[in-house]
Design a protein around this ligand. Sequence first.
Ligand code: KG4
Ligand code: ZN
Length: 341
Amino acid sequence: MDKDIVLLAVESSCDETAAAVVRNGREVLSNVISSQIDLHTLYGGVVPEIASRKHIEKINQIIREALQKAGMTLKEMNGIAVTYGPGLVGPLLVGVSAAKAISFAANIPLIGVHHIEGHISANYIENKELKPPFVCLVASGGHSHLVLVKDYGEYEIIGRTRDDAAGEAFDKVARAIGLGYPGGPKIDKLSKEGNPEAIHFPRAKVEENAYDFSFSGLKSAVLNYLNACQMKGEEICKADVAASFQQAVVEVLVEHSIHAVKQYGYDKFAIAGGVASNSSLRAAFEERCRAEGIRFYYPSPILCTDNAAMIGTAGYYEYLRGVRSGLDLNAVPNLKLGERA
Ligand code: KG4
Ligand code: ZN
């Protein structure tokens, strides 16, 4: 490589204020994340207005810390990458405004990054040999997408959720059994003490598209089960409910994904997003991919949930493709993958 490209990256699309410094797309020099989870736990979910205000309080400090930990200054940055969608508009605007101000003041290029492209790109950080094409399952609090990663920056979504995202289902079921927010990690932990075969919850198929997902029926089935137990005065084994629910989600995610990898003739598969840190999901994919002769990639849990290192990685490949955003870059809450606004 002729010259190193070092990017400062900023992420603030939901409830994590994050900044990172990434060299040549795959070398993370710093990755600072300030989570607001404790604040939102009080309300059982993310409160957008509170999230925006907290991002404003934190963002400068987090960016400074990211530069300090990398041992670098703003002058040494070749650009600044920032998530501009999809996400919550207020939180997104905080990151976008900060990045625009830095781009202008330091006279460095601005690169607007798609949040989901960031999640997918998290796989490049620890898997240095991974290159497109591959199939990626993105499962987070807001998204459940099956994506063909045809090349860097070139995506085709072949499956998506018709209703709730996988992480959303985890959060809602966790709330129903009194585990609190965020539900994913709590269900993951409690499931280890439960029997995944104890209760049979439905595995939804979407008629028109074998790669689409639907989780609202499963969520309702869990709620109905809890109500029925309550009416009959039966005691609920939370660990069994958690494990059986988790098993139903994992089975559907694995079946749809492996079907897609085989049908499209790919030999590499990756997972991304908060739900990708689920231990049972990782184990199920590991086993299935080994049996099918598919190479399986996944990021460390800290790179699965929202962070800025993944934005620095995605930003690097956009930078190489010549993508530069203007100072009129705006937050786009419903930005589509593969589209630029
Ligand atoms: O990617 P992410 O941090 O934010 C979004 O872009 O949405 O994902 C957060 C989601 C939450 O719904 C959370 O419950 C879920 O990921 N999650 C998990 C686990 N860790 C986080 N779901 C299942 N198992 C986990 N271990
Ligand atoms: Zn995310």
